[in-house]
Design a binder for this molecule. Structure first.
Ligand SMILES: [Zn+2]
Length: 64
């Protein structure tokens, strides 16, 4: 799944396919400027304190 570090936005496991989830993550990033991260797990991991770096590795089209 992909999820936002700044709000409760996330993609659900059942959402479309991976490309659509990536697209949704990009759209959320563009619209809000929020930081999107991703995880292979189905639950949102705990975000360590102080993690403020934009994790853009999943925001590039070639990452898929
Ligand atoms: Zn957000």
């Amino acid at each position: 799944m992909k999820y936002c570090l700044d709000c409760d936005w996330h993609t659900a496991a059942a959402d479309s396919d991976q490309r659509d989830r990536s697209r949704a993550a990009i759209d959320h990033y563009v619209e809000t400027g929020h930081t999107i991260d991703s995880s292979e797990s189905l639950v949102r991991p705990t975000t360590p304190d102080g993690l403020g770096t934009v994790l853009a590795r999943d925001l590039t089209p070639s990452s898929d």
